[in-house]
Ligand binder design. Sequence first.
Ligand code: SF4
Ligand code: NI
Ligand code: CU1
Length: 709
Amino acid sequence: MTLFDRVFGGNDAVYGLTEGAIDGAIAQYGEDKAVSFPNTAYSLPCYYAVTGTKVTTLKELKEALGVVKTLMTREKRLNDAFMSGVATALCAEFIEVLKYIDGATPYEEPCYGHLADAVIRELGVPLVTGDIPGVAVILGSAPTTEEGVALVKSYQAQGILVTLVGGIIDQVAEAGMKTGANVRVIPLGKDVTAVIHVVSVALRAALIFGNVTPGDAGTLMKYTMDRVPAFVNAFKPLDDVIVACGAGAIALGFPVITNETENIFRVPKSLIVQEDVEKFNATSLEARDIKIKITNIDIPVAFASAFEGEIIRRKDMQVEFDGSRVDCAELVQTCDASEVEDHKITVVGPEVDDMELGSKNSIAYVVKVAGKNMQADFEPVIERKFHNYINCIEGVYHTGQRDMQRIRISIDAFNAGFKIKHIGEVLYASVKNEFDAVVDKCEVVIYTDPAECTRVRHEVAIPIFDKRDERLDTLTDESVDVYYSCILCQAFSPSHVCVVTPERLGLCGAVSWLDAKATHQLDPNGPCQVITKERPIDENLGSYEDVDEAVQKFSQGALEHVTLYSIMQDPMTSCGCFECICGIEPFSNGVVIANREYAGMTPLGMTFPEMASMTGGGVQTPGFMGHGKHFISSKKFMKAEGGIERIVWMPKELKEFVAERLNKTAQELYGIENFTDMIGDETVATDPEALVEYLTEKGHPALAMDPMM
Ligand code: SF4
Ligand code: NI
Ligand code: CU1
């Protein structure tokens, strides 16, 4: 039997199952019954991406199956096993969506099933920075639990996002391994059709970031091949259905590595037989050409970006440090080279062994750096990374910053021998690794002595923070000589360019003007380039000849004009990983803002994913604009259209997050007190009528402004 026979055989098997399932559902619910996956604007994402048609009811699903049948027949005739595999995958999507019918929640812990659009948007930045260097899809049961777990852990330790389908899920659970999106190990589901949920992520990435036209299957597959660093590890025995799905994966550019030796065809670089499961990792990375950044740090627990989202609960914690209760601080201090002894780590005060189980303690760490190219402006940039660095330690958890950080060390980490001094090792190695262009020498002093912590916090850290805040306050678009471009997201959004200014951070929320400046210094030929601002065209719009030239150049001609302060005229583009999106609300002359975390409805009649689907892929879409959370309180937010007075609605959580800064801006610009009180949220209105009523009652200024369109 050839590979082709097996794929076509798998096709037929899946097709039969799908047809039966759809007919069964129609018999039960009637053909007008709605079908969709939750929290996506692209339902059904794979079918929509491949054909350009959205499916919303069982009737349409049945029609879609007809289309798939035609596709399968054609591919069979053309003898294209790979495209035929794609058709099989579409059937898998149909089977999976039926599980969600009638509001069902078919997946239970630990499985995820369908992944929301928001998950994909969140992956944008870590994927482009190489923080997540790849995506592994592990299918079936490993020969032994140990081998399966070792494979999953090997990827996890490299920061690779691991998705699991089938028996491996039980193996990982049996070994007691923690799974979840926060530790980058995502069990999708135990049926083989659950594999579609990761395919769906790849295809939606093309729609969200790549501006690929739905239905343009050729461009779609080129996108996934070139830009989505995924691969498949499939354990034997492989049945025809798995082989067919594997052919689909290969069509998308994802190599399949298997330990199956019988009845299998090898396809160079695409279908690779590797009998030794221990070598799956190396073979896969080579096949997909994934390079891993190695950070070797001498600590007794693992250190990997996959552990960044790990949470340590009170009952699992050995000790904690809490800046909101006792004196704590974290600080980068620029020193003269003579004052810094490279790689010296000092702990002043008790070590973890001397602290009581479950106790709350003080901690203050001062990272002294010296370097010819070091500037005080880089201190907060480096300092803000401490959160990531410390969080990457397995069994250590960090939140907050400055003098309000909180750290927990787990009992497991403690038992493995983790000590306070290891935090110093991590800070040292990470700072030297990432900021090598500006930091020549680095020394870490960690205080746990309470009196010393009080001294460091009040006498050293707080005065420095105050000075930095003053500097940030004076950092305006007018006060600087240059802006910066960021094109990091071009890895996914080939024509997208962010223009980062002091008052407008990158839409991902992760790149401020200071960050961009530091990035430029660290890597002069990298993603952040200087944009001069010597030739303004219209200061109110924030348009400059220099900016236009820069975006033309960095978008390879895709963009001609970009304004910094307008959402109507030549607005900045979005890649897709924006923290928030704002869109025009015509009844109130205002804009509605939704953040990625918000799952509910907005007064636009759209959810966040639906609003978000209006823009992305590096194209300009007047009326909708992606932006960072901190941009909301900026004096430059939609300045051309009247500024923050246009904001009429935000989810409550976001409103609370921005309240202090936004109210300050409203006070300064318009003399309005407690502006956020005038802004609606989901507790007062999710439809335009109720919203306008609320705004009228509150005397919201937008109502009296000119319509925006
Ligand atoms: Fe991507 Fe813009 Fe953020 Fe750069 S600033 S990482 S281009 S979203
Ligand atoms: Ni104090
Ligand atoms: Cu992005």
